[in-house]
Design a protein around this ligand. Structure first.
Ligand code: SF4
Ligand code: SF4
Length: 213
C-alpha cells in the first residue's frame, strides 16, 4: 500500500480558484448595502414601536373565574405541572322544600407559573367550561422569577385583554344550543300564557261574589 504524496493532499494542493482583483470584496459588500438600503425594513423598533401581532397570539393566559368549576382537568393535563388549584367543598341547601342538599367546589386558589409554562395551550383546549383564554399581552417580564407565578386576581386582569372571538360564518349551521334555548323559551312563554288565561281559583270567585251582594 502506498501513501498519497503530500502534493496531492487536499489541504496542501494548490488552489484552482481564480485570484480576485484587489478591492473586489469591498465592491461586493457595497453593492449589497446599496441593494438592501432601498428595501422596506423588516425590523421593528420595539419598545418604541409596538409589534403588530396576530390577533390570536399566545401571550399570556386569562382566567374567567365564574366559568371555572374546579374540575382540575387543566391542572391534570398540563405537561409542565405549572397550574396550581386549591378548593374546598360547600353544601348548597335544596332549591325547593323536600329537595336534596348538593355539594359544590369552591375555588380557593388558581395560579399559573409562567416561568415553567411552555405555552402549549393544552389547558385552554381541554377546559370544558371556557374558563381559560389566550391574551396577546406579552409584556410581563420580571426581575424576580417568583413574580411570574400569576395568582387568580392577576389571571382575571388578563381577561380584559382577550380579543373578541372571530365573527361566526353566516353560512354555518345554527348551533344546537340556540335551538335548545329557543325551545325552552317557547315552553316558558306558553306556560305563562296558560297561567294568565286560566280562570281564578274558586275561593277568589266566591269572595268576589260576596263583595258584590
Ligand atoms: S399552556 Fe401548556 S404548559 Fe402552560 S399552563 Fe397551559 S398546559 Fe401548562
Ligand atoms: S379545566 Fe377549566 S373548569 Fe376545570 S379547573 Fe381548569 S379552568 Fe377550571
Amino acid at each position: 500500500m502506498s501513501l498519497p504524496s503530500p502534493d496531492h493532499h487536499p489541504s496542501t494542493a494548490p488552489s484552482r480558484r481564480p485570484r480576485a482583483f484587489p478591492g473586489s470584496g469591498l465592491a461586493k459588500g457595497l453593492a449589497v448595502t446599496l441593494r438592501t438600503m432601498t428595501r422596506k425594513s423588516v425590523t421593528a423598533q420595539y419598545p418604541d414601536a409596538q409589534p403588530d401581532l396576530p390577533p390570536r397570539t399566545r401571550g399570556v393566559i386569562g382566567l374567567f373565574e365564574e366559568n371555572c368549576t374546579v374540575c382540575m382537568l387543566c391542572a391534570r393535563e398540563c405537561p409542565d405541572w405549572c397550574i396550581y388549584i386549591d378548593s374546598h367543598k360547600e353544601t348548597v341547601p335544596p332549591a325547593a322544600p323536600g329537595g336534596r342538599e348538593r355539594s359544590r367546589n369552591v375555588l380557593d386558589r388558581f395560579a399559573i407559573d409562567f416561568a415553567l409554562c411552555m405555552y402549549c395551550g393544552i389547558c385552554i383546549e381541554v377546559c370544558p367550561f371556557d374558563a381559560l383564554f389566550w391574551s396577546p399581552e406579552f409584556e410581563y417580564a420580571e426581575t424576580d422569577i417568583r413574580e411570574l407565578t400569576h395568582e387568580r386576581d392577576k389571571l382575571r386582569e388578563w381577561m380584559w385583554t382577550v380579543p373578541e372571538p372571530p365573527a361566526l360564518d353566516p353560512a354555518a349551521e345554527e348551533p344546537k344550543e340556540i335551538a335548545a334555548a329557543q325551545k325552552a323559551a317557547d315552553k316558558l312563554a306558553a306556560q305563562q300564557a296558560a297561567a294568565a288565561a286560566a280562570p281564578p281559583p274558586a275561593d277568589n270567585a266566591a269572595d268576589t261574589t260576596g263583595e258584590e251582594t
